[in-house]
Design a protein around this ligand. Sequence first.
Ligand SMILES: C[S@@+](CC[C@H](N)C(=O)[O-])C[C@H]1O[C@@H](n2cnc3c(N)ncnc32)[C@H](O)[C@@H]1O
Length: 729
Amino acid sequence: MDSKWLNFLLSQLRLVNYENEYETMRLLFDKPLSCKLVCKSAQDLLESLKRNENYEFLLKDKQTRVREAANLRKEAIGVDNMELSLGYANRALALQCFGYYQQAYDDCECALEIGYPKKLYPKIICRQAYCALQLNNAELLTKHLSSLESMHLNENFRRQEQELRANLWKLQNQTEKTNGNVELILKNRDSQEIVNTFSEIGRYMRAKRLIKQNELIFSERATALAPIGSAIQLCNHCAKTSFIPIPCQHCRGRVVYCSLACLKAHKNIHLHECSAYQMQLFAHVGIAHLALRIILDNGLLTILDLLRNKQTTKAIWTSLTEGGDVWSNPTAAYSESLRMVSHLKKMALEDVKVFAAVSHLIVVYLSRYTSFFDLLSSNHRFNCNWELIVAALILKHIGQSIVNGHVCTVIRPKIFENYSLTEYHLLNEDLWEKPWHLRRGYLHRFAYIDDVATLNLPYTSICNHSCLPLFQPKFSGRIISAYAMRDIKESEEITNCYTQHSRVERRQTRQEILKKSYHFICKCGECMRQEGDDDVNQFHQYRCDNEKCRHVFVPQTPLKWWQRKTSNDLQNINVLCAVCGSRQMFKWFYDYQKLLTSLNSPLTRLRLYQLYQNLDEYLLAFNSCKAFMASKAVQEIFKFLNDGSLNEEDYKNLTRMIKYSLEYETYTSGSSCISYICEMTYLWDIIALGKWKYEHKDMNSIFNESLIVLGDEMFLIFSNYYKDFLVKS
Ligand SMILES: C[S@@+](CC[C@H](N)C(=O)[O-])C[C@H]1O[C@@H](n2cnc3c(N)ncnc32)[C@H](O)[C@@H]1O
């Protein structure tokens, strides 16, 4: 964030005691002179962001720009609308040939929308009609056939039209699928209830009846989401990660959608964000982006009716805060978000001031670059300071998101080298046999975990914390589903785990995080146990590498020393034997690490397997470091899988390493979690290639239990792979 602007703003914000969001933001909005100055400085900052962006874009050489433009399809520079529409139409054909009919259909729509040449209409309408047929959509097929009727068609298109018409009758009797099931699942909350303690602990969730292991406890659709990092692999509306992108025309493809339906559904939100994306504002504001989305996405505009009789700014604010009529409204979805807890009061004043500055900046942005405030004012009879209200709400939602925001963590394929927008994994022909069916030996490309978005989930957020998780979350786009990890008794509290759980992180570290970010001292069963760290320590047993000692010990700190990023960091590791006090040399680790960079040679791989086998001398029981080393080697060696250069010895050793990692995952986190599934992809590939035989009954139970946490599209990819290559092999 620009330090000159921030310093100036902080100097103007004379916050001595934090009272609430409204009073804090009033300090920036109420005094005319200072208000003018701070607005001007925010405006200058936004203009400079915009200038920098344009300048950087112009700096790129022409070739890069043309390539980017071609990738984005809709970039304004270098490509006119006609070229763009032909680009869409061509991509539609490619997608149609590949079997992505909905995506192909959407691309035809885009082409038509931006000026596809009239004389070529029969071609694109026939294409749409064909896709409609494949999608079993009789209504659309009828529509396109009737527009073809009024066109002059050459012999080829006339024949196509007749074939399509002959197929129409087959469709007309088919019943339409509905989304009723999804709606039902989202509303089904009958196994749990919410209790309010009216104390520090606040509200919590408890079971109303016995909930069985692996049972779905509840589902919730995020009211808002904000992409993490580069958004180009995430549909900004539904949060899917496997799709063929339709980018926004105006913000250089920084916002993409999985379908035209999502683009349209997100239109009223993006309307207020497009300019911000153009100037890359959201790259600077962190969690405040989610706060803004909570307001834009089914937020403030949905409750204007409830505010219509409030005559003053203060009256509006009062109704939105604790005890107010809108705040307490049991039916308004936005009220659920307003009721989430926030700890701004307990935070350092300096932090609150920075959040207030960012809230102010976003309001200046909305006011100068969008019509958001016109919309609010025109829908309200009285003259109120909406800028102040929105700034206070952004600050409120920032405070809430810090404590309640959920990270959407999913499995997805590793981004390919020289990645560009056209290389979305669904379009990568190396991977696919046909849509959603991978080629044999390619499942391990999905062994990556990524945080793709932050989500606002007011219902899930009611769950308090405990250090041993009770449910496993499944993220399918922006829908979270919570599955019981064990039987939950009637009246038992249904808790979530906000940190790393007690089998992978020690009590003190967990407690520090919870205190710092969530402002409470955890007294859960795990934290209160006398021998609280035994569960995690059992996975960190070493034999001292000092020849004179050789005792077994558990290091004090750092526990996961191998996670250091650079080799320099690794050299500075200071792990001491708890018995003799000598610093561990970890020669066995460094020798192993060195080999990881040259595994293209079978001899190096053989040497690595020997070193791996010798690890038991230093790493005891189920050891976290050994699991890390196994997983790392498997990852590296699998880079040579698809070019056929691995031999029988490799497969034997790989299988041994993968099984170790899987067992380690089962002991620490269980088999229904995405880190287990990542390790499992390697084993499935080995099985698919016929290099390891397994018991069908074992595999079936793994299949049923583990994949429960995969989002819908990943589930489809994994289950297709299972049916295509594992059941048959
Ligand atoms: C996501 S909210 C949980 C729901 C919250 N109790 C409510 O009333 O909305 C997180 C906050 O709840 C409180 N909390 C959660 N777990 C707790 C626990 N185990 N002990 C005490 N307070 C807890 C803390 O104030 C924490 O910052």
